[in-house]
Write a protein that binds this ligand. Structure first.
Ligand code: GLN
Length: 260
């Protein structure tokens, strides 16, 4: 694969948005490029610095509510740069607080309402209790990805606007945490070269084909050379097994509660 310049992976505000090792997502993207002979580098954008418009991927991680308030201000101040970058084909990948900030607003548990970037129509409100634990998501079939595995810890519940699609359907855990009309829940958001999700883990080391989907968007191919991912496959099998046991236990508990 030939490219004139290195793939530039933007790690946005790692000092604020990196609660569950979200830097790992950037490391995985760079490493999966390098193992294929494609030059890549991480460009860290520290909190308080403007976002450049020249990056290929913008990674927004998770964060506590206070950190999220600080991150939101910087993101809004850089929204024109992000729009230019997206207009040039840049990819956006956002996790948890990052996902919430891509939307129109986030109302925290204390009632404070935080304006997001409004890149996608979704809004988040603090719900009762936190959603914590392993999550399993069946991704939108158009993405042709395998089952996604991750970890969530958030209080926000995210409602997608009309016509806005999720990343996938939740089979274990909570994801966006808002039941659809059929009772199912969905996770994240899927738009043009943009994915948001509640999955931490960090999520890309646990889901290499999701990492390759993002890289494929950047490199303009859906046929990246496969890499030997034996250790990752072992981790995936172990995590999916554990999560499904947890899902079964939760369903049994819910049945007991509804029976009374
Ligand atoms: N502060 C947000 C919430 O609790 C996001 C948490 C996170 O990013 N893990 O909903």
């Amino acid at each position: 694969m030939t490219r004139e310049s290195p793939v530039r992976i933007g790690l946005v505000y790692p000092d604020l948005l990196g609660t569950y090792g979200d830097r790992g997502n950037a490391l995985v993207l760079v490493e999966r490029c390098r193992r294929r002979g494609v030059e890549a580098e991480i460009v860290e954008v520290a909190a308080g610095e403007p976002l450049p418009d020249s990056l290929d991927v913008y990674l927004f991680g998770g964060g506590e509510d206070d950190a999220q308030v600080m991150a939101a201000a910087g993101m809004r101040a850089s929204s024109a740069a992000l729009d230019r970058a997206r207009g040039g084909g840049a990819v956006v990948f956002a996790v948890c607080a990052g996902l919430q900030l891509l939307g129109t607003s986030y109302a925290a548990g204390d009632g404070d309402v935080l304006d997001g970037l409004g890149l996608v129509e979704l809004e988040t409100r603090a719900g009762e209790g936190r959603c914590i634990g392993e999550v399993v998501v069946e991704p939108d079939p158009s993405l042709r990805l395998r089952t996604l595995t991750g970890f969530e810890n958030h209080g926000g519940r995210t409602r997608l606007g009309p016509g806005v699609g999720p990343l996938g359907r939740v089979t274990v855990g909570h994801g966006n945490g808002v039941p659809e009309s059929d009772g199912a829940t969905v996770d994240g958001v899927l738009a043009d070269r943009l994915i948001g999700t509640y999955l931490h883990g960090p999520v890309l080391p646990r889901n290499p084909d999701l990492a390759d989907l993002l890289l494929g968007w950047v490199l303009g191919t859906d046929a990246l050379t496969p890499l030997g991912d034996t250790l990752v496959e072992e981790l995936r099998a172990e995590r999916l097994h554990e999560a499904r046991l947890r899902g079964r236990r939760a369903r049994r508990r819910d049945r007991r509660l509804t029976r009374g």
